[in-house]
Design a protein around this ligand. Structure first.
Ligand code: ASP
Length: 323
């Protein structure tokens, strides 16, 4: 298993993956999962494999897609909770570590963990013999989301090297941005425009990492300044559940971080607009959804949406970990 995962036992941080593994193992397997799904293949390669799903934190897509991916491959979810802090002995004061050790003793093949504090997945992995998949840890990382984002970029643009991307919104707490930025450190010539108000800028440790990996990045408060230059818009929500105060996304002084018709008019014809979802007020949906460049959800024709990519990438991850 560790070999198929490029030497990794757990999936904790985006910077742990190698480019070679992403391109030569994960993406082809993800293509295969898409083809399998479209064919309606009902084979059960993961029959007899067990997954535990522990979520301490709000989720629709990550939780549902891991569960569906596991079942679609014939595996089982043997224990799951949507609110581990409330519906386990953590409500009585039990530590995350004891929770994970107990579940290890019961046996399973993988634990998918969303935790509400940064570093939760690493703490769990430190006491777990079973692979831990970080399904988002507070304002830390969300590596499987970033892998799916990268896969969808590759699908639509047919390249990752040399792209320009605007990452927009709450860059301080947006864990999907953190993980995706780390992944770009594996590729050549990527240019990142970080677009956020001053109080929600990307964290210094990520900037240091990008500098070390020769990724050029620029910071601005106004998406209009960069809209005509980028191949990818990566819009994100205000992370109110992690403590960020809601702010006006179209504020001329504080920063213009909304995607609307004005941005579409400035944007390249072949650019794409991504969003890890959920989406609140940062995309004017009535204006942007009908545009072909919007690929976050329910795309036109046979263009792959990010939402669909999430299922395929998670099927591939579970297959590679467990088959
Ligand atoms: N669903 C993503 C996450 O869990 C993005 C978000 O919630 O804004 O991080």
């Amino acid at each position: 298993m560790e070999k198929r995962f490029g030497g990794l036992k757990h999936i904790l941080r985006a910077q742990d993956f190698s480019r070679k593994w992403i391109e030569e193992v994960l993406f082809p397997k993800t293509d295969e999962m898409e083809a399998r799904t479209l064919k309606g293949d009902r084979g059960q390669p993961l029959f007899g494999k067990e997954m535990i799903s522990l979520f301490a934190g709000e989720s629709l897509r990550t939780r549902a897609s891991f569960n569906i991916a596991m079942k679609r491959l014939g595996g089982e979810i043997t224990f799951e909770t949507e609110d581990v802090r409330k519906f386990s002995s953590m409500a009585k004061g039990e530590s995350l570590e004891d929770t994970i050790i107990t579940l290890n003793e019961y046996g399973a093949d993988v634990i998918v963990l969303r935790y509400d504090e940064e570093g939760g997945a690493e703490r769990a992995a430190a006491v777990s013999d079973i692979p831990i998949i970080n399904a988002g840890d507070g304002g830390g990382q969300h590596p499987t989301q970033a892998l799916l984002d990268l896969y969808v970029i590759q699908k639509h643009l047919n390249r990752i090297d040399g792209i320009s991307i605007a990452m927009i919104g709450d860059l301080e707490k947006g864990r999907t941005v953190h993980s995706l930025a780390y992944l770009f450190g594996k590729f050549d010539g990527v240019k990142i425009y970080f677009v956020s108000p001053d109080n929600l800028k990307i964290k210094p440790d990520i900037k240091e990492y990008l500098n070390r990996h020769n990724v050029r990045f620029f910071e601005t408060k106004d998406v209009r300044e960069v809209a005509s230059k980028v191949d990818v818009f990566y819009q994100t929500r205000t992370q109110t559940n992690l403590g960020t105060k809601p702010f006006d996304r179209a504020d001329e002084k504080n920063g213009f971080t909304v995607i609307n018709k004005q941005i579409l008019d400035l944007a390249k014809k072949d650019s794409i607009i991504l969003h890890p979802l959920p989406c609140t007020d940062e995309i004017v949906r009535s204006e942007v959804d009908p545009d072909r460049r919007a690929v976050y959800i329910k795309t036109k024709g046979d263009r792959m949406s990010q939402v669909k990519g999430g299922i395929y990438i998670r099927m591939a991850i579970l297959w590679l970990l467990l088959f």
